[in-house]
Write a protein that binds this ligand. Structure first.
Ligand code: ZN
Length: 205
């Protein structure tokens, strides 16, 4: 099924840059160590989907809800909310062998995004993300809790990779990740202090 991006290929990002292990409480829930360096991986634009899948291939999918930025002229120009879908079991196997994560993180349908709205640079520090599943609060986090703040993320990416207009940065997930069940209603929000900036709902297939 075509999604908004595929319907208009001119808006496809050249890459989606994802940050891992950016919230201490999430690092602990997966039994990971705080990394010595910022953890970065990529998703291809073919990962973008409008449908929330609960299964891909023969593996159940897990959700991670993340504050996302769209880059314009080298700046974090717009903010949205995204889901980084993960084959957690496979990722755990790959990690234990020291292998790349793409099979667990870059499959078709592994990246979902809301609309993106303009954000003032001074307001980025006040962003908060939340996810409700069937109305119950499941994940909540904010820029304050990030180990690597958005400006640092941008600087570190720029040290070795050119960001093109339209590229998306996923800034990592707070605690509360889990498995997606078919029929569940996901409602993700970005708040700027007390003001609701972005809201997106999906029903899991
Ligand atoms: Zn993630």
């Amino acid at each position: 099924m075509l999604n908004n991006y595929q319907n208009n290929s001119s808006t496809l990002p050249t890459k989606i840059v994802c940050i891992g292990r950016n919230y201490v409480a999430h690092i602990k829930e997966l039994g990971n160590q705080v990394a010595e360096q910022m953890v970065i991986f990529l998703k291809p634009s073919s990962a973008i989907n409008n449908e929330l899948l609960s299964v891909h291939g023969d593996e159940a999918l897990h959700f991670e809800t993340e504050i996302c930025f769209k880059v314009k002229a080298g700046n974090l120009a717009e903010v949205g909310v995204g889901l980084d879908l993960t084959k957690r079991e496979l990722q755990t196997q790959l990690k234990s062998k020291g292998l790349p994560w793409e099979r667990a993180k870059a499959f078709d349908g592994s990246a979902l995004f809301s609309e993106f709205v303009a954000i003032e640079q001074a307001d980025i520090a006040k962003l908060e993300v939340s996810l409700r599943i069937n109305g119950r609060l499941q994940q909540q986090g904010n820029v304050e809790l990030m180990l690597y703040k958005p400006d640092v993320i941008l600087d570190q990416i720029n040290e070795f990779m050119t960001l093109n207009d339209g590229d998306i940065i996923m800034t990592g997930t707070p605690a509360g990740v889990g498995k997606i069940s078919p029929g569940d209603t996901f409602s993700a929000q970005i708040h700027l202090a007390d003001h609701l900036l972005v809201e997106q709902s999906w029903v899991a297939k």
